[in-house]
Design a protein around this ligand. Structure first.
Ligand SMILES: [Zn+2]
Length: 122
């Protein structure tokens, strides 16, 4: 659906100068006339992908270099208890991180698709 408020030829809403459709800013007054939807979504996508690639790697590095593993493997009961507590905290913080990443990703996808819809006049 094409919105009736969207002009067929671009005219700056501030100074009414004619603007090429490829322009993002009015050359006359600097008013923002077009938001670049593709670059925004690609940046956001790269952010999401990078995040989902880097996050498990950070987790892996942390676990392999983590002293909690040695504590957990210890035969001494007090030391092992520290390891168990450390493990519980690690699992808990991992779950919270995954949950926050999930909410953040959903929120970002929603706002990106919303901005694309607005730009295309749907
Ligand atoms: Zn202008």
């Amino acid at each position: 659906m094409k919105s009736s408020t969207q002009p067929a030829s671009q005219i700056c809403s501030i100074c009414h100068a004619s603007i090429l459709p490829s322009y993002y800013f009015c050359p006359n007054c600097g008013n923002k006339v077009n938001t670049p939807p593709l670059s925004t979504s690609i940046t956001t996508q790269i952010g999401i992908y990078a995040f989902s690639i880097i996050l498990p790697m950070i987790g892996f590095i942390l676990v392999t270099k983590w002293p909690g593993v040695q504590y957990f493997k210890s035969k001494d009961e007090k030391t092992k208890k520290i390891g168990i507590i450390a493990w519980s905290l690690l699992i808990l913080s991992t779950l919270i991180t995954i949950w926050l990443a999930y909410i953040w990703t959903l929120d970002t996808i929603q706002s990106v698709s919303q901005s694309i819809n607005t730009d295309m006049g749907f």
